[in-house]
Design a protein around this ligand. Structure first.
Ligand SMILES: Cc1cc2nc3c(=O)[nH]c(=O)nc-3n(C[C@H](O)[C@H](O)[C@H](O)COP(=O)(O)OP(=O)(O)OC[C@H]3O[C@@H](n4cnc5c(N)ncnc54)[C@H](O)[C@@H]3O)c2cc1C
Length: 418
């Protein structure tokens, strides 16, 4: 019912919203979101379904798979390739989104998957053979389908988390009901500490998941794109529900495994949650990628040698090398000094510049000559640009005497030093 809602709210024109939103809100017709294809799973950008413009129409060709609600839905929110240009592909501007309605010539249901769970909704393959749709069914600009997809997925991941919070709440009610009424060893099973522990674990996860899902929903309501939090909500809460389902089966013993009670179903549904709308591994990739771009992950932070305490400390102090002339000797000193502070680490060019000052290009040229002389080693990015530098053993020797790098704790005996 909600399929395509967020996409329509964010990217639909006024006319499109007037046409489609009342239908979505009434729930009279179901909708499906169609990203996945035989070629495009976790790599959702690799769609092979094409949309080619022909006058005022688009001609759609290709296949989609794993589509929830296929067949029974009237509205299909699809993503298709509209550019073969490699530079568009590189910038994720090769995809456009469209709404395809059931009943169009060439649009068929190809197959229905029997699944481990989601018992109440068909999981399907769809086939598009020269399906013609009007340009007014294009949602968002041509080439902007990736952005439309991402905002739809943020919403879907939050919804998945929120639905599962409700499922966990149901498990808790079921387990209180059940364990108060099941008697073994002349006591109701809820009196056993082991059973109480299991239920307490589920309650804690339910409450954590609930707070997190509401927090993420607030971000969406405030008009933000909560990439990181939607991924966390989906990842954690689907894990919680699978875990809660397994615990529920354990608390209920044999009864938990029968289909007369819902515990076994919850395990199956929870496992699906770890795959649908992007696997847990993909959520972790998103969290890392987007968090790595946040200012809070990149706050300038340096360990500096403190003579006072004779140890490296996190510090905002300026480096002792600041303002020195940019030449091989001084740059090598900066880099070799870092061996004393962070023996196992490289420095970024920005670290070096922060320490000594001067122009980026002068520093880069000096890196190159120091590298040629084998006084430093560099680590380069894909374009061959120097990304990290570190002094070689010869470099550390040339920059400072051996004693400069020696360090022992107070309790270490002098006679054992050599
Ligand atoms: C019940 C169900 C309902 C679904 N409903 C819909 C729907 O309505 N619409 C829709 O478009 N799609 C739907 N899907 C598809 C779903 O989004 C995909 O199944 C999911 O994104 C994973 O893709 P895949 O199955 O092709 O697995 P693959 O991408 O082949 O992944 C296989 C394994 O490799 C791992 N992997 C892949 N790439 C990486 C990487 N870069 N780093 C680390 N690990 C990686 C994955 O995490 C996974 O463990 C549904 C799927 C299911 C099971």
């Amino acid at each position: 019912m909600l399929a395509g809602l967020e996409q329509m709210l964010k990217y639909g024109t006024e006319e499109q919203r007037q046409k489609w939103l009342p239908q979505m809100a009434s729930g009279e017709q179901l909708g499906a979101v169609c990203i996945t294809e035989p070629f495009a799973g976790s790599d959702a950008a690799n769609v092979m379904t094409t949309a080619v413009k022909d006058g005022d129409e688009w001609v759609i060709d290709g296949k989609k798979r794993y589509i929830t609600g296929g067949g029974v839905s009237d509205r299909y929110f699809i993503y298709a390739k509209t550019s073969e240009d490699p530079s568009d592909r590189k910038q994720y501007s090769h995809i456009t989104s469209f709404l395809v309605e059931k009943g169009l010539p060439g649009f068929h249901l190809e197959r229905v998957n029997p699944l481990v769970g989601f018992d109440n909704v068909p999981n399907t393959y769809l086939s598009f053979n020269n399906v013609r749709i009007p340009d007014e069914n294009r949602i968002g600009a041509v080439g902007k389908g990736w952005n439309v997809m991402m905002s739809g997925l943020n919403f879907e991941r939050l919804i998945a988390g929120a639905v599962y919070v409700g499922v966990i709440k149901d498990i808790i009610k079921l387990l209180f009901y059940y364990s108060k009424r099941r008697v073994q060893f002349r006591r109701s099973t809820n009196q056993f500490p082991g059973i109480q522990n299991e239920i307490a674990e589920i309650i804690a996860k339910y409450r954590m998941g609930r707070v997190f899902a509401y927090n993420c929903a607030k971000q969406l309501d405030d008009g933000q794109e909560p990439m990181i939090n939607a991924s966390i909500a989906k990842w954690f809460i689907s894990e919680y529900v699978r875990d809660a389902g397994l615990r529920a089966v354990q608390v209920m013993g044999g009864d938990g495994l029968t289909k007369f009670y819902p515990a076994e179903r919850i395990v199956r549904e929870g496992k699906i949650g770890e795959i649908v709308a992007g696997t847990t591994e993909v959520q972790k990739m998103i969290i890392y990628r987007f968090a790595s771009m946040l200012p809070e992950s990149n706050e300038p932070m340096r360990f500096r040698w403190s003579e006072e305490v004779n140890a490296p400390l996190l510090s905002k102090k300026e480096s002792q090398f600041k303002g020195l002339e940019i030449n091989e000797e001084n740059i090598l000193k900066v880099i070799a000094h870092d061996y004393k502070v962070n023996p196992g680490l490289y420095m970024t060019p920005d670290d070096v510049r922060q320490d000594i000052g001067g122009s980026r290009s002068a520093i880069r040229k000096t890196f190159e000559s120091l590298e040629e002389k084998k006084l430093i080693v560099t680590n380069r990015d894909r374009d061959g640009k120097i990304a990290l530098v570190k002094a070689t053993y010869d470099g550390t020797k040339k920059a400072f005497p051996d004693d400069y790098y020696r360090w022992f704790p107070d309790w270490y005996k002098d006679e054992d030093k050599f």
